[in-house]
Design a protein around this ligand. Structure first.
Ligand SMILES: Cc1cc2nc3c(=O)[nH]c(=O)nc-3n(C[C@H](O)[C@H](O)[C@H](O)COP(=O)(O)OP(=O)(O)OC[C@H]3O[C@@H](n4cnc5c(N)ncnc54)[C@H](O)[C@@H]3O)c2cc1C
Length: 499
């Protein structure tokens, strides 16, 4: 048998896998990237339908401003020049009884808009922002921590210690009176309700990724993964698409390679997994599964979602729509979450609508617009979307699409149904099938206090030579979080090699 040897093999070309691969290859390592799908990127891909370029999942990326966290990662792997980022400036958040329309995309301008709406909450807002900033500063300096500071951790990182078990709800209840402002401040890219979401996570997200606003890559979200994959290839890296890893081979208590589903073996003393930890455990020989499974059984995952991809010839620009609209009809965030956990869908679910053609008209033919409508949805809906019966699955999917379209037309875009040129939908099952994320988890692990920062799985596993990256690992979820995981893992590996 022809065995190929590599210095590192990466399983999965999501953002975590791609960034770690690009960094190691950039240092001259011989690296192989195995991806089960036809394209690299995981959740961060675009797909083509005729003349339409749709984004599969995400709508924006934080930290792309010069010197921002994502900008720095892309520069480090020489991929920054390949992407043009468009700042997202128009957003509109609609809640029962009020709206927030900040003047620019950043969190500060969002807070100013809230200030105008809730003048009696000014002190609470000031305290909230100041707390967010202090925590952001502590997180920043934690990444440069020296061993002396580590010993004196509680002294230097008072807020990290003080709030490490605190939920967003606790802070919101302490600082604000009105239920409305609490709801508006919890409009975040998470699926956890205020009573579960970690406040340290919120503060880090706002201070690091959202403060300067968010961005959209010209050409679609897939341009980001494409740029990172190209940087990897330029450095001599090898990508095998449509190649699924089936087993991780272990010899003498160390990893020695990967067996793929099509029966090929690739050898390497170092493997980086960019896949769900439960799946990772199943790739290991039985005796090595136990230590990983013991941990993964206790994890709490983020929820999944339903996505509608639409094209219309309505002139959405002239009609005054912003790039991003958040439409919430239910004020009780906790009840909404409980319903989703019971595999139920609220009568009028929250819709997250983005119109990328407003930022980049080249994604559709002239005079047409694309919309992506995202609704957090349970994996177990209608007994797991028809229990394997494809006719039932299609029926439930269609009914769901109709329900969302109806809501979209009646609450936001009148006349949409008559002007629909294309529609397609993805369910949690589609997300699971296309990316291997168990139950279609949007954001990997839930960002609850026991699963944030250092409490999230680290990159080094108990198995010598086996590392993990992606949104189930440190530091967090999201495109930037997963990319950082790849960066941190690759740096740790390089440091080990040098020492
Ligand atoms: C609907 C939705 C909207 C989102 N919106 C945003 C947003 O606007 N902004 C943002 O920052 N984040 C957003 N996110 C989250 C963000 O996209 C993810 O957190 C991040 O991209 C996850 O990256 P990852 O490295 O964990 O890899 P993943 O994207 O999970 O990719 C894993 C890869 O591994 C491959 N794979 C799995 N098993 C195998 C195997 N056995 N062999 C080979 N390959 C395998 C898969 O095919 C996949 O390509 C969104 C997510 C979703 C689902």
């Amino acid at each position: 048998m022809n065995l190929k040897r590599f210095e590192a093999i990466i399983i999965g070309a999501g953002m975590g896998g791609l960034v770690s691969a690009a960094l190691l290859a950039g240092k001259g390592w011989r690296v192989l990237l195995l991806e089960k799908e036809r394209q690299a990127g995981g959740y961060v891909v675009s797909f083509q339908r005729g003349k339409y370029t749709f984004d599969a999942t995400g709508a924006f990326i934080g930290g792309c401003e010069e010197g921002g966290e994502f900008d720095q990662i892309l520069r480090e792997i020489d991929a920054r020049e390949a992407i043009e980022f468009i700042p997202v400036q128009q957003i509109r958040n609609i809640y029962p009884g009020f709206e927030v329309c900040p003047e620019t995309g950043g969190f500060s301008s969002y807070a100013e808009a809230l200030h105008r709406l809730f003048p009696e909450e000014v002190k609470g807002l000031r305290d909230y922002l100041s707390l967010v900033k202090r925590i952001g500063d502590e997180v920043q300096s934690y990444s440069r921590v020296t061993s002396v500071r580590k010993i004196l951790f509680p002294f230097f990182f008072r807020n990290l210690v003080r709030f490490h078990r605190t939920t967003h709800q606790k802070v919101l209840d302490r600082l604000f009176k009105e239920r409305e402002i609490k709801m508006a401040l919890h409009t975040l890219p998470v699926t956890d309700p205020p009573s579960k979401l970690s406040f340290l996570f919120v503060a880090t997200l706002i201070s690091k990724a959202l403060r300067e606003g968010v961005f959209y890559p010209k050409g679609g979200m897939g341009k980001v993964s494409e740029a990172v994959a190209n940087s990897f290839l330029r450095s001599g890296g090898e990508i095998l698409l449509q190649t699924e890893a089936e087993q991780i081979l272990i010899k003498d208590r160390k990893v020695e390679g990967v067996l793929t589903k099509d029966g090929r073996i690739f050898q390497s003393p170092l493997i980086i997994s960019n896949i769900n930890p439960n799946h990772l455990a199943k790739l290991l020989p039985y005796e090595w599964q136990k230590p990983l499974v013991k941990k993964t059984n206790r994890f709490e995952y983020s929820l999944s979602c339903f996505i509608l991809y639409l094209a219309t010839d309505l002139n959405l620009k002239e009609m005054g729509f912003p790039y991003f609209t958040y439409l919430r009809s239910l004020s009780d965030l906790e009840e909404e979450h409980r319903m989703l956990k019971r595999a139920e869908i609220p009568k009028n679910p929250t819709l997250i609508v983005s119109i990328p053609t407003l930022l980049d008209p080249s994604l559709a033919p002239e005079g047409q617009h694309l919309l992506k409508v995202l609704v957090v949805a349970p994996y177990q809906y209608q007994e797991r979307w028809g229990s394997g019966n494809s006719e039932t699955y299609l029926r439930i999917k269609k009914e769901f699409s109709q329900k969302i379209l109806q809501q979209l037309e009646s609450k936001l875009i009148p006349g949409l149904k008559e002007h629909l040129l294309y529609d397609e939908a993805a369910t949690p099952l589609t997300l699971e099938r296309n990316t291997g994320n168990e139950q279609g988890a949007m954001y990997g692990l839930a960002s609850i206090p026991p699963q944030i920062g250092p409490f999230r799985p680290s990159h080094q596993t108990p198995i010598p030579g086996l590392f993990q990256v992606g949104h189930y690992t440190q530091p967090s979820h999201g495109i930037v979080g997963a990319s950082l995981s790849g960066l941190f893992a690759a740096r740790a590996i390089l440091q080990k090699r040098e020492s």
